[in-house]
Write a protein that binds this ligand. Structure first.
Ligand code: G3P
Length: 223
């Protein structure tokens, strides 16, 4: 299976930039990201649907079973690519079980332990989102947690996709790829850094300077 990149953003401008660059397969949003753009979330979501043909996670705001179900069903009707993001709480897990039986795609979010990830897989979640950065913030080892989740899922052939979230650096993207995460969701500012290496920029300058200094005609002339 090919590792997927999602962009962790609700900003259509940023999403379009990385979609056009051809490196992202989907989008994850959360209520905090939704408020950051400064425009009605409904408008943003409609624009995102028009840009990205891939899974788009939209999070419920409800915390009780009945309302999570109602909200999730309505969100899923907005577009075929919607994945409903549901918090890792008992009512959320109960709702995921029903939504799975209705073939509604789900993403269990705010996961900080293998036990929580195991519950998400048991009820047939499409994705589980372990939050790495926030776990590291409190002095724990998020990479160990991720590796344990992957080991458990592999051991029992759970179909739930491991979606590494709360990513804070390019190195963390490398680490989750080595560990075997199915998906990593990356904020735009970190996506930008994936391209960068000082030796790349230096190398380009040197190649061009050498060619120009030689006085040779270019192989292809671009008018
Ligand atoms: O979208 C969920 C997650 O990636 C949030 O990350 O940086 O707010 O911890 P962060």
């Amino acid at each position: 299976m090919i590792m997927k990149f999602f962009i962790d953003s609700a900003d259509p401008e940023q999403i379009k930039k990385y979609w056009d660059l051809g490196i992202i397969d989907g989008v994850t949003t959360n209520p905090t990201l939704a408020t950051k753009v400064g425009r009605p979330f409904r408008d943003l979501v409609l624009e995102i649907f028009a840009i990205v043909d891939g899974p788009i996670s939209l999070e419920v705001l409800s915390k009780d079973y009945e309302n999570i179900l109602k909200e999730a069903r309505s969100l899923s009707l907005l577009h075929k690519n919607v994945v409903v993001k549901i918090p890792m709480i008992p009512d959320g897990i109960r709702a995921v079980k029903i939504l799975s039986s209705e073939n509604i795609k789900t993403n269990v979010t705010l996961v900080f332990s293998p036990a929580q990830a195991l519950l998400a897989a048991k009820v047939g979640a499409t994705y589980v989102s372990p939050f790495l950065g926030r776990l590291d913030d409190i002095g724990e080892n998020s990479l160990n947690m991720l590796k344990e989740i992957i080991a458990i899922y592999d051991r029992y052939n759970f179909a739930t996709n491991v979606l590494a979230a709360s990513i804070r650096s390019a190195r963390q993207v490398e680490e989750v790829a080595i560990a075997g995460a199915d998906v990593v969701t990356i904020p735009p500012e970190i996506l930008e850094t994936l391209y960068k290496h000082p030796l790349t920029d230096k190398g380009i300058e040197k190649f061009l300077a050498d060619y120009q200094q030689s006085g040779m005609d270019p192989l292809i002339k671009i008018s």
